[in-house]
Design a protein around this ligand. Structure first.
Ligand code: ADE
Length: 258
């Protein structure tokens, strides 16, 4: 049975996933706890990603090399960049770029040296499946997550978006910086700190990768406000519900990876 790697960016997300894995066993590698077990009949390894590109790339490499996962799903939060991407929406990545990669003049800005590309694609089938699961969950978000939690963060009718995620080793918390990023990457939906690095590692290992991010802030001057309570009150519960819905409908053999 193919093993699925689940990288959670937040403690709350991982704890919720572990509560669903009855037979979990912990294996510690490089200071990281990898939880091996089953969820909805699927063989999974769940781990905290850690924050930032290098830490997440290390975690991904161990999942791929040591635990031989054939596909890897990242769940976490992101700052919305595109005007239509609001707090409480979900972004399913189609591609990833490191916004802080600049080896010019050796190669064009944003291009990763030796790869001849700036953008690393998400697996199309996995992403389509996760977008469908996300839409299913968001369609009844208040029932799932409670009117009170949704109201507290003014999440009215959350939507699912699919497109470009950009990653860099910075929490973007000023409107000035998010404007610069939006100008440099007009098609970027949201910004986060790990996805493009993990996508590059998955490219090296020829493994399928997908990422589902809940929009926790608008990457502007108010980005830090209520961040932690949003993560525990809304985002970590979204992740659990979306992954659970996706795994429930997934055949145990054959992930439909492209
Ligand atoms: N993850 C969530 N919000 C973010 C932001 N504003 N910048 C970078 N990573 C994030």
């Amino acid at each position: 049975m193919a093993t699925i790697g689940i990288m959670s960016a937040m403690h709350e997300e991982l704890s919720a996933v572990l509560a669903e894995m009855a037979d979990q066993q912990c294996v510690t590698v490089a200071g990281r706890d990898f939880w091996v077990g089953h969820w909805q009949g699927h063989s999974v390894v769940a781990v905290l990603s850690r924050i930032g590109k290098v830490a997440a790339a290390t975690t991904a490499s161990i999942l791929l090399d040591r635990f031989q996962v054939s596909s890897l799903i990242f769940t976490g939060v992101a700052g919305g960049l595109a005007p239509e991407v609001r707090v409480g929406d979900v972004v399913v990545a189609q591609g990833f770029i490191q916004h802080d990669m600049d080896a010019s003049p050796l190669c064009p800005r944003y291009e990763v040296p030796f790869y001849g590309r700036a953008c690393f694609d998400a697996d199309a089938n996995l992403s389509a499946q996760l977008a469908q699961a996300s839409a299913q969950i968001l369609a009844c978000a208040p029932e799932h997550f409670g009117h009170e939690a949704m109201g507290q963060f003014k999440v009215l009718s959350p939507r699912v978006h699919q497109g470009l995620l950009i990653s860099g080793d910075r929490f973007v918390s000023t409107s000035a910086e998010s404007q610069v990023l939006s100008q440099a990457f007009p098609s970027a939906l949201a910004v986060e700190m790990e996805g493009a690095a993990v996508a590059q590692v998955c490219w090296d290992y020829k493994a399928a990768f997908a990422a589902v991010r809940t929009v926790s802030d608008r990457a502007d001057d108010a980005a830090h406000t209520d961040f932690q309570s949003f993560v525990s009150g809304v985002a970590s519960r979204y992740s659990l519900a979306i992954l659970s819905c996706w795994l429930k409908d997934l055949p145990t053999e054959g992930l439909g990876i492209t």
